[in-house]
Write a new protein. Structure first.
Lengths: 263, 327
């Protein structure tokens, strides 16, 4: 099977700085791949290379068989949807209008207007913004805007979703809700690459993780493989400990004080 | 619908008001003769209506329509509701281009060269402001730079007009505060196609303007070639404003307050906003021009002075409201 997303030894330099340093990754259809790492470790730069926004200084990135450096904007819009950290910039359009804009790449598809509308409605239902459909974006809370933004990228119906901190502004209930929406999309065959700050959210809801440290991949693998106390303590410069989650079959990440570190 | 009715009404009022008294019967008389329906003898009011009033009212509608649409398109492009052809320097640049166009036109030559000069300069200023918008983060800073650009252009324009002192160039007042008194069928014939060409470009970009409201990065992720689309829209805006300035001089605040008020009424979608702002701008300028001719009759007040008298308080109110929402 062709991987949905693949990067091979991508490097991105700006001036003297190497923001992404020979990173390779892969996600199959149905995978949720989390990108974790401290601030400034190159997570967003890596995601933007995958999206085709940035052309890597070295290496290649593909979505399906398409090299993202050479694809047209229209082709990329059919292959991947991208949600930035602020969801959707403040604008006076209604939630329904904004989610409908997600259909733009498919405006020439052989579809009835009603089919587009049904996709838009179901995307709004999935992210729990259907009751806000007629509200203006700039009248919503940040978390609501973020869920509306997620509905927009779901409505784009691409085989790959690239998400930059899709849960940053959400309360804990909506964080879990969004992760389960992502899981159900993945079951439908979508490949999802998401930057996540919350390591426990990443541990519980992703299939594979890539941990970035100063642009380079410190580890790639399942959450249990990547999230070890020693590695996290070194990368985040903060003592951390791992315990088995009491109910979920995944690691639980705890921050600890320096003197507890060896305990 | 309401706006189309309002436009028709203001046009009729515009034809009937002025220094020479004209009755509705005179209007029908002129129309009847022009359309060849009647062979009644010519009256004085016929030539007043045909040679003076009608081109003036039509010029007002075209200038106003152009400015309304251009304002809506600029605000969408820069995602800044303060963007206005006048405030961001496009109108003064178009005025400068028009004067240069007049200077290179042979004596007695057609006004079309002036219109082209205005359109090219207007488009150039719009594209310069695009470069500037890419470098500044603060929307207020963007507007201030536009104001500075405009004032600089205006100073050059004033220097040329005053130093040249030729009867071929409209007065400095015209380039600062506009005026429709000089409208003839000849200037109308040169300016109208320019404005309409620009309007067609803007109208064709309405859907892209909606997508730009998401943000340039987001629009690009949806497959919009943002740089190309914005360049095309800004050329359209510059051409519209060039034609409008060539016809009516620099008339401020129309492009600012017409979209501002209509957006609250019909919503932010540009497929509606652009045509409605075109109608609204036309109504506003034709109506204000009636005031300009009548409030101090027989003296005329430049139409742009009145739009500024009406528009400045609306603009200040808007800025205060935005400030309050932010805090």
């Amino acid at each position: 099977m062709t991987p949905a997303v693949r990067a091979e030894e991508v490097t991105y330099r700006r001036g003297q700085a190497t923001l992404v340093d020979r990173v390779s990754l892969m996600a199959e259809p149905g995978d949720i791949l989390g990108i974790v790492g401290p601030n400034g470790s190159g997570k967003t730069t890596l995601l933007r290379i995958l999206a085709g926004d940035l052309i890597p200084s070295a290496g290649h990135a593909w979505i399906q068989r398409v090299d993202t450096s050479h694809a047209t904007l229209q082709r990329l819009a059919e292959l991947r949807a991208y949600l930035g950290p602020d969801g959707v910039a403040i604008n006076p359009f209604s939630v329904r209008d904004v989610v409908t804009m997600g259909r733009h790449p498919h405006r020439r598809a052989m579809m009835e207007v009603g089919e587009h509308e049904a996709i838009v409605e179901s995307a709004m239902e999935r992210t729990d913004v259907i009751h806000l459909a007629n509200r203006e974006m700039d009248s919503l809370s940040t978390g609501e805007q973020q869920r509306a933004g997620l509905a927009r990228v779901i409505a784009q119906e691409t085989p790959v979703l690239l998400l930059d901190e899709p849960t940053s502004a959400l309360d804990i209930g909506h964080q879990e809700m969004v992760m389960s929406v992502l899981r159900s999309l993945a079951r439908g065959g979508t490949a999802i690459v998401a930057i996540l700050h919350d390591l426990n959210l990443a541990a519980a809801h992703t299939d594979r993780l890539i941990l970035l440290d100063q642009g380079a991949a410190a580890a790639v693998g399942t959450p249990a493989e990547v999230l070890t106390g020693e590695r996290l303590s070194a990368v985040y410069r903060q003592p951390m400990q791992i315990m088995p989650h009491p109910h979920r079959n995944c690691p639980l990440v705890l921050t600890v004080d320096s003197d507890d570190h060896t305990a | 619908m309401i706006l189309s009715g309002a436009l028709l009404l203001t046009v009729i009022v515009g034809l009937l008001s002025g220094a020479v008294a004209v009755s509705p019967a005179d209007l029908f008389h002129m129309l009847g003769r022009r359309l060849g329906v009647t062979d009644d003898p010519e009256r004085l009011t016929d030539s007043v209506l045909w040679a003076i009033r009608l081109p003036r009212v039509l010029a007002g509608a075209i200038v106003g329509g152009g400015l309304g649409a251009a304002g809506a398109a600029l605000q969408g492009t820069f995602r800044n509701h303060m963007a206005d052809p006048h405030l961001v320097g496009i109108s003064p640049a178009a005025g400068l281009g028009a004067v240069v166009g007049i200077a290179v036109t042979p004596v007695g030559g057609p006004p079309v060269i002036m219109m082209v000069g205005a359109a090219v300069a207007g488009a150039g200023a719009a594209l310069i402001m695009r470069r500037i918008a890419g470098r500044v983060v603060e929307s207020n800073q963007f507007i201030l730079i536009g104001l500075a650009l405009g004032l600089g252009m205006l100073a050059w324009l004033g220097a040329i007009v005053l130093a040249w002192d030729s009867p071929r160039v409209p007065t400095f007042t015209f380039w600062v505060f506009g005026g429709l008194a000089g409208s003839t069928w000849s200037t109308l014939g040169a300016g109208t196609p320019v404005v309409i060409a620009g309007l067609a470009i803007i109208a064709a970009s309405a859907r892209s303007l909606d997508l730009l409201a998401l943000g340039e990065t987001e629009a690009r992720h949806l497959g919009v070639d943002v740089d190309r689309v914005i360049t095309v829209i800004l050329i359209g805006v510059g051409v519209v404003v060039g034609g409008a300035v060539g016809l009516g001089g620099a008339i401020g605040f129309v492009g600012l307050i017409v979209p501002l008020l209509l957006r609250r009424w019909i919503g932010p979608g540009h497929r509606w906003l652009i045509p409605v702002a075109t109608l609204g701008g036309a109504v506003m300028v034709v109506a204000v021009d009636v005031l300009a001719r009548t409030v101090a009759s027989p003296v005329e007040i430049p139409v742009g002075l009145l739009t500024a008298i009406l528009g400045a308080p609306v603009f200040i109110w808007f800025l205060l409201r935005v400030g309050r929402r932010r805090s």
